[in-house]
Design a protein around this ligand. Structure first.
Ligand code: IPM
Ligand code: MG
Length: 361
């Protein structure tokens, strides 16, 4: 019986509530497909700071390095907001991305037909939206040097972050994006700020160069401000987007609105030997601990784990189908409820989806 070692890092807030539901889904797949999942749990983020003082303890990193894939929840929260920069929960996630060389972050945003009315945008705008944001994840402003704060004697200060990219960093994420676009509708939009930033000039140059190796994919370039507008004006014009770290952070949150709710968006971070899978929604402190969070993003992230790290596309399809069926049956968590619809909690939603996974084996 094939066996897979999965590192599980639930983290903080609703991360700790939705991750167990994703594990249950993988267990169900295991039972159905004859696979064994060995889950090994580790601390990250605020939970790790409280226990060890370190947002990414060495033991957690080691576990991740030795696993075949990582199931990640979310990190952060008001409790740690005043901590110094290097001791914030978010550092744990950033260190993990960097240490594992997870440079390509895939964030699909799809508007499910039965959730069209869950989006605050008009039906005519969001209907049919199906896009994939590929965000560069280990470069740009998040990691560029120099960075820091200089304090002046007069009480003033100057703070610096640097947006820097090398040819190699752009080349590898561009290739990842073309490969993804090739399996989708063969249209790639590269997002930059070429009218202002030299970094964007290099970005455009390298992406255009890589495009020569992918003649079957149509490439277009768009400015990030224009892209932000087009995403809420005519999202169906897009298929695959590729962009640098900060632009991708912002645009992928915007794209979440197209899918009805942040609670629906999964992600995969790839590049190094081991992939990391996490819901895009974050810790949602306002609803944490109430058992009402939407576990679908975590479950869809588990499906991406099956697809990209374990090469089990059919099992991944089953998880995706189970989610679709449960939504078709009218079950909703609070974040995606329409008028007059009945609401289920995190666990109940998880159980319903597991039931629909079991039904397919
Ligand atoms: C995300 C999050 C993270 C980021 C935070 C938690 C560091 O917003 O994954 O989009 O900015 O990358
Ligand atoms: Mg973000």
């Amino acid at each position: 019986m094939p066996s897979f070692r999965i590192a599980v890092l639930p983290g903080d807030g609703i991360g700790a509530e939705v991750t167990p539901e994703a594990m249950k889904a993988l267990h169900a797949v295991g039972r159905g497909a004859g696979l064994t999942f060995e889950f090994e749990q580790a601390l990250v983020g605020g939970a790790a700071i409280d226990a060890t003082g370190d947002p990414l303890p060495p033991a957690s990193l080691r576990l991740c390095q030795q696993a075949q894939a990582i199931l990640f929840g979310a990190v952060g929260g008001p409790k740690w907001e005043d901590a110094p920069h290097e001791k914030r929960p978010e550092r744990g996630l950033l260190a993990l991305r960097k240490e594992l060389d997870l440079f390509a972050n895939l964030r699909p945003a799809k508007c499910f037909p039965m959730l069209v009315d869950a989006s605050p945008l008009k039906r005519a705008v969001v209907e049919g939206t199906d896009l994939m944001v590929i965000r560069e994840l280990t470069g740009g402003l998040y990691f560029g040097e120099p960075r820091g704060v200089e304090r002046f004697a007069d009480g003033g200060a100057r703070a610096v972050n640097t947006m820097a990219y090398t040819t190699r960093e752009i080349d590898r994420v561009a290739r990842a994006a073309f490969e993804v676009a090739r399996k989708r509708r063969r249209r790639l939009t590269s997002v930059d700020k070429v009218n202002v930033l030299v970094v964007s000039q290099l970005w455009r140059e390298v992406v255009t160069q890589v495009a020569k190796e992918y003649p079957d994919v149509t490439l277009e370039h768009i400015l990030v401000d224009n892209c932000a507008m087009a995403l809420v004006q005519r999202p169906t014009q897009f298929d695959t987007l590729v962009t640098e770290n900060t632009f991708g952070d912002i645009l992928s949150d915007e794209a979440a609105i197209l899918a009805g709710s942040m609670g629906m968006l999964p992600s995969a971070s790839l590049g190094g030997r081991v992939g990391l899978y996490e819901p895009v929604h974050g810790t949602a402190p306002d609803i944490a601990g109430k058992g009402i969070a939407n576990p679908i993003a975590a479950l869809l992230s588990a499906a991406m784990l099956l697809r990209y790290s374990l090469d089990r596309p059919q099992d991944a399809d089953r998880v995706d189908t189970a989610v679709l069926r449960v939504l078709e049956q009218g079950h909703r968590t609070a974040d995606i409820r329409g008028e007059g619809e009945k609401v289920v909690g995190t666990r109940e939603m998880g159980e319903l989806i597991v039931g629909e996974i079991n039904a397919q084996y």
